[in-house]
Ligand binder design. Sequence first.
Ligand code: PMP
Length: 427
Amino acid sequence: MSQNQSLFERAQRTIPGGVNSPVRAFRSVGGTPRFIERAQGPYFWDAEGKRYVDYIGSWGPMIVGHLHPEVLEAVQRALHSGFSFGAPTEAEIEIAEEICRLVPSIEQVRLVSSGTEATMSALRLARGFTGRSRIVKFEGCYHGHADSLLVKAGSGLLTFGNPTSAGVSPEIAAQTTVLEYNNVEQLREFFGSLGNETAAVIVEPVAGNMNLIQPTRAFLTALRELCTAHGTVLIFDEVMCGFRVALGGAQALFGIKPDLTCLGKVIGGGMPIAAFGGRRDIMAMLAPLGAVYQAGTLSGNPVAVAAGLATLRLIAEPGFFEDLGARTARLARGLSDAAREAGVAFSADSIGGMFGIYFAPEVPKRFADVTQSDIPRFNTFFHAMLDAGIYFAPSAYEAGFVSSVHTDAVIDETIAHASTVFSTLAA
Ligand code: PMP
């Protein structure tokens, strides 16, 4: 039995499914998850000493690669001053100032420890601010695992949602309406009937949890207009795309200002930090100033803040996103070209340091399109690439991530391996 297999068997005895977050279990692609021992730059190594080019980057945070010397140094410095105080620090002000400076709509920001906490708290704040209960989300967008957000569309359009997880009560799910991403007409129809009783619309302004799906400009513009007209709080969940598609996030790239923004992943550089922030008048409703309660023992943890600040400083350097975007586009283009030469129905897309690969002839625009892609073929591709030492996301429904240390040489090597795999797929 291989070392990964024996670790997986051992893990399953004391950890449900052997993992601490479901997608790590390789359920959709099959096979044995790799247990990672260490990482450096664009690579990580499993328990058998096999090296992989890492295209998940901890699902987004590792935008400057693993163990970047400046981030490592900042973390080491912070560690020597103490792990956690439960009292404020100057570094928390610095990261708040940096976030407010970089993200156009954020006037005030509160740190939390996970993206789930950020979205859950932003929703409570929007409900407290508006005095309304209903929220809207979009099919295929993931916003963490708070009850109101584990919801799928009901039987008819514009109806009450149904839980997607056992343990979410139908009464809670019923307050969430699930609409189709990029469907402006449906959005208008919804606001026409229920807009005035809707507290918030939460959206991934670039979607990365149904593989990568880019928004249409018309969709984002309609969201902003309709929310303003109906007094509904527009929440951009930029946990994944913030500081990933552009320095100021999707809102800077598309020029649309939400009322609240959720951040995570990159702002912690691999440590557990997330945040929500936005309009000063809304943020003023948070405890200790206002009536909406929210708190956290480890919120603003000094070691995590140090990693986040060091990462933000690196990505704010001139040219960072131009380079990262060019690298990521090189990967997407190279994979598409290789598939076309082999005669495999495939497409790829990228934006900033995020990419999507689809076993479908055209880049999808909504969740239903992604479900139409050739998922068994993706699974075969995934395993062949894994054997070749290339670690893509282990699911056809996930986006991929490139870091600033994935050099052109690393990317070209990936494309060369993919070329070989595409030819065997076509045969
Ligand atoms: N929102 C988005 C857009 C995400 O991608 C994720 C996690 N992938 C979350 C929220 C939840 O974040 P966390 O896993 O840190 O709770």
